[in-house]
Design a protein around this ligand. Structure first.
Ligand SMILES: NC(=O)c1ccc[n+]([C@@H]2O[C@H](COP(=O)([O-])OP(=O)(O)OC[C@H]3O[C@@H](n4cnc5c(N)ncnc54)[C@H](O)[C@@H]3O)[C@@H](O)[C@H]2O)c1
Ligand SMILES: NC(=O)c1ccc[n+]([C@@H]2O[C@H](COP(=O)([O-])OP(=O)(O)OC[C@H]3O[C@@H](n4cnc5c(N)ncnc54)[C@H](O)[C@@H]3O)[C@@H](O)[C@H]2O)c1
Lengths: 203, 203
């Protein structure tokens, strides 16, 4: 189990590796990474020890080996299928975000109760009516739902998801969901991270 | 300075207090909070010691006093003004999210370079053309920009923000931004928190 601060740094290193690969650069040094993220070089080297110094070579690290090692360490290789429930602004932004795929999160489809949204395609994914969800959960064996409905319908939709055998709810709504112990809720709180940044940096 | 895990828990406690106030309930006990979040009661009590046991009474805690104490501890009272740059799906979802206000983040306006979006109102906030940003940063003394443009225009827009005297960039794009040492970048990485949840819970 990796501490949260380390996995956040590893995902940032991963973005830099993706950028270097796109630019055709094959090696990178730890001071270059430290400089880009505004952190200490010793922190970068400590993190890479965790990766058993994957890709270490004479001039630094091989970008491709580092990327592969980060993906393995963070469990990217085990892809996890998910549905987005609530195809509004936030739901659509998440459906369009291709980086989820490279982290092992595979969004298969979206759901909504607004008839005007049904059958629209977003980034090769279809928006289904919410009544179709139980059948698709069963047929595709999906366990994760990303909840992006308005606050006032969050609890009722969560109850419906639980009845449909969803095991994990990544909750973006501000509602605190009541669920049985067999279901895990992951509360996403963008303000949590904003406060962290603001407490640290804003004088 | 509060550790990230604690500030994330405090923001969740805050959501529960808001819910109790809306339901007209004046007191709450630590086992009730622990149950709602699926965490240990001793963890809740430890966190409340940090708040000097604000609101403690015979039957538990006074909801209103706890909420006020959490807000003071997390720095909600110091409101910070911000602009959203990029009024697409994600930018609009953030502009509509009223919870930001109760955490002390005051989004004043949005910006975009698409002429069809200019002058639209979202949640009482106006979308301006990006060329108007430098003048408004100066006149309103705004220091924070929330960056929600596509990855390929992120660096160029960040350069423009820095020239306009923006000091903090809350970066939602997957691009790793190159900025001078006088500017702070806060990388928001939803995958960082997803991986945390998934590593912990998914067997
Ligand atoms: N965690 C954060 O920091 C953060 C940031 C922004 C928004 N949000 C939250 O995300 C949620 C979505 O925000 P948004 O701006 O996309 O809202 P939105 O109104 O644009 O989208 C909500 C969608 O849910 C659909 N919907 C409503 N009831 C439904 C139901 N019973 N079944 C299925 N679909 C239903 C609507 O038709 C709509 O398409 C809100 O709860 C908002 O508070 C959270
Ligand atoms: N951090 C995360 O987990 C996460 C999740 C979803 C999306 N994203 C990222 O957020 C960003 C926005 O996503 P979206 O779905 O809202 O995209 P979008 O295409 O819907 O919106 C982008 C907006 O930026 C505007 N824009 C483009 N170039 C601009 C410029 N030079 N100046 C001003 N405005 C400009 C466009 O007109 C558009 O309105 C993307 O970079 C995406 O990768 C991140």
């Amino acid at each position: 189990n990796i501490p949260e601060k380390v996995s956040n740094r590893l995902t940032l290193y991963h973005s830099i590796m993706v950028e270097y690969i796109e630019a055709g650069i094959e090696t990178i040094s730890s001071p270059q990474i430290a400089q880009r993220l505004g952190i200490d070089d010793s922190q970068v080297r400590k993190d890479f020890k965790l990766l058993n110094n994957a890709g270490k070579c004479r001039v630094g690290y091989m970008v491709k080996d580092l990327k592969d090692s980060i993906e393995k360490t963070l469990g990217f290789s085990k892809t996890k299928d998910a549905f987005i429930v609530g195809s509004g602004h936030l739901g659509l932004a998440l459906a369009k975000y291709d980086s989820f795929n490279s982290y092992g999160l595979n969004i298969l489809a979206l759901f909504d109760n607004d008839p005007q949204k049904i059958d629209i395609q977003v980034n090769n994914k279809q928006i289904f009516h919410i009544s179709k969800l139980p059948n698709l959960v069963q047929r595709l064996g999906v366990e994760i739902a990303i909840l992006t409905v308005p606050r006032q319908s969050a609890q009722q939709v969560a109850d419906f998801l639980i009845q449909s055998n969803i095991k994990y709810i990544w909750n973006f709504t501000p509602a605190v969901l009541k669920v049985p112990p067999t279901v895990k809720v992951w509360n996403e709180n963008l303000m949590g991270s904003f406060l962290q940044f603001a407490c640290k940096d804003i004088v």
